[in-house]
Design a protein around this ligand. Structure first.
Ligand SMILES: [Fe+2]
Ligand SMILES: [Fe+2]
Length: 245
């Protein structure tokens, strides 16, 4: 398998993976018919982008060469601004309402059943950690990346935010957070045996597992919408803006 790096040439991508090639074309920094001997580093320099962002996009495309079973068809045909609105109204609103409720449920279950199952205290600790990360993460998106996306579509330029005036910075941070959260969600599934309800579970215990399972599912869809639709779309939009200015 090709070792992807900033020195990788477009011609190598053409040979290695149609998905990576398609992802590169979708960013707008390379056009069909252009010189394929150019490296990713050289392409990024022309557009003022960090190669790390493009390499991540390519790696994700390679990972998803097998079709995903996550359905985000509700975003088909939407503008990036509408995608942002969907993410805020469906997922950010859900998290702000639900995180404190789930935290409360876990605390109740720990106090009733924690003495018999040490994994419940671990579940509580991990969920609090995920909640704190998410609180910062949602704000970071809403105060930096999302306004940048809205600016690009409404006025064709980006007003500086707490993360500067280029989308590469916040996207790199968001992708890092997503990777960490995916690892933590996997650990949460492990600690709860994939949300299987134990025989001795009371109503609160059942509700906690139902809510955690729903949270897990919502996070998977939320991250997918951002990683696979919003971020590549925003990179492409910024490349098009820079090209036209
Ligand atoms: Fe988000
Ligand atoms: Fe996010």
């Amino acid at each position: 398998m090709l070792e992807l790096s900033s020195n990788t040439r477009v011609s190598e991508l053409q040979d290695e993976s149609p998905a990576m090639m398609e992802a590169l074309l979708s960013t707008g920094i390379f056009r069909q018919g252009a010189d394929p001997d150019v490296t990713i580093d050289e392409l990024c320099m022309d557009f003022g982008l960090s190669p790390i962002i493009i390499l991540r996009t390519l790696l994700q495309a390679r990972e998803t060469e097998a079709p995903s079973d996550i359905d985000v068809s509700e975003l088909d045909g939407l503008t990036l601004t509408q995608v942002v609105e969907n993410i805020e109204s469906v997922h950010h609103a859900y998290l702000r309402e639900t995180l404190p409720l789930i935290s409360q449920l876990i605390l109740q279950v720990v106090s009733a059943h924690g003495a018999n199952d040490a994994r419940l205290a671990d579940t509580h600790e991990l969920f609090e950690k995920i909640s704190a990360t998410l609180e910062d993460h949602l704000l970071h998106e809403e105060e930096a990346l999302f306004p940048m996306v809205r600016d690009m579509e409404s006025v064709g330029t980006i007003s500086p935010t707490r993360c500067g005036d280029a989308i590469g910075g916040p996207i790199a941070c968001m992708e890092n957070d997503h990777e960490t959260m995916q690892e933590e969600l996997a650990r949460l599934r492990e600690l709860t045996d994939d949300y299987a309800v134990p025989k001795h579970a009371c109503t609160t215990y059942r509700r906690m597992l139902e809510q955690l399972s729903k949270f897990n599912q919502d996070m998977i869809v939320h991250i997918h919408k951002e990683d696979k639709v919003l971020f590549p779309g925003a990179i492409k939009a910024q490349a098009a803006l820079r090209k036209s200015s």
